[in-house]
Design a protein around this ligand. Structure first.
Ligand code: CTP
Ligand code: MG
Length: 233
């Protein structure tokens, strides 16, 4: 847990305005259950636990607001502040940025689709952001890689898979999000990098998987159980 004596004000954006088209199902994946609770609650609670007192904003698609409010009542869950998301992830982030208070020094941005971020990971990202200004957690790629365009093998050793939460100096992030948003901006680091800033990698967590397909829930359930058992032993 980040100590109360930390001088920085930390704000967190959890983006949850996607439609979960690859996951499918009646309701978008961020509202689906993992260990009996919606993914979005897991994602928010990771920050409530790791950074008590941080401002947390969630971006939701306007039509899903009633669904979220209903879930909050059912689970007796206090929702963080909500904002309307947009047609792309970057628009959802940009909308949420407008709701962040001026005194934030560091802004973390996290996908609701990653319910298993832990405090150690969040701490690394905060410390990295304070030191370097723009930080992403990353893990080595374990599969062999090939180029689809030339059908040739690629040396995977210089590559890393990038996760969230990503952490940024608040002023830098706000400025970067003022540029025109491009379709190639799949994460916040790509927005900040296109603005001209250097992005630094910190160690990600192999447990911090993104729920993309229905089978990922099965993996996440198993990882959650294994992590809880490890903590008990
Ligand atoms: N997201 C968002 N606003 C969008 C699109 C995505 O807030 N317009 C969020 C998703 O809710 C998710 C995160 O960005 O928490 C990462 O996106 P992804 O895993 O791709 O989720 P979806 O876009 O919902 O899924 P898919 O691409 O399969 O449709
Ligand atoms: Mg998507």
């Amino acid at each position: 847990m980040v100590k109360d004596t930390e001088p920085q004000h930390i704000a967190v954006i959890v983006v949850a305005a996607g439609s979960g088209s690859r996951f499918g199902g009646a309701v978008a994946k961020q509202f689906c259950c993992l260990g009996g609770r919606p993914l979005l609650m897991h994602a928010v609670d990771a920050f409530r636990h790791a950074v008590p007192g941080a401002q947390i904003i969630i971006a939701l698609s306007p039509e899903m607001m009633p669904v979220w409010q209903q879930l909050c009542r059912r689970y007796n869950y206090e929702s963080p502040q909500t904002v309307a998301g947009g047609a792309t992830r970057s628009i959802s982030v940009r909308n949420a940025l407008e709701a962040i208070t001026d005194n934030a020094d560091i802004i973390l941005i996290h996908d609701a689709a990653r319910p298993l971020a832990n405090s150690a990971l969040i701490d690394r990202v905060i410390r990295g952001a304070a030191q370097h200004g723009a930080v992403v957690p990353a893990v080595p790629v374990t599969d062999s890689l090939r180029r689809a365009d030339t059908d040739t093998a690629v040396d995977r050793s210089p590559f890393r898979a990038v996760q969230t939460p990503q952490g940024f100096d608040a002023q830098l992030l706000r400025q970067a999000y003022r540029q025109p948003l491009q379709p190639r901006f799949t994460d916040d680091a790509s927005v900040v990098e296109a603005y001209g800033a250097k992005v630094t990698m910190v160690e990600g967590s192999p447990v911090n998987i993104k729920i993309t397909w229905p089978r990922d829930i099965i993996v996440a359930e198993a990882l959650m159980k294994a992590t809880a058992e490890e903590a008990e032993s």
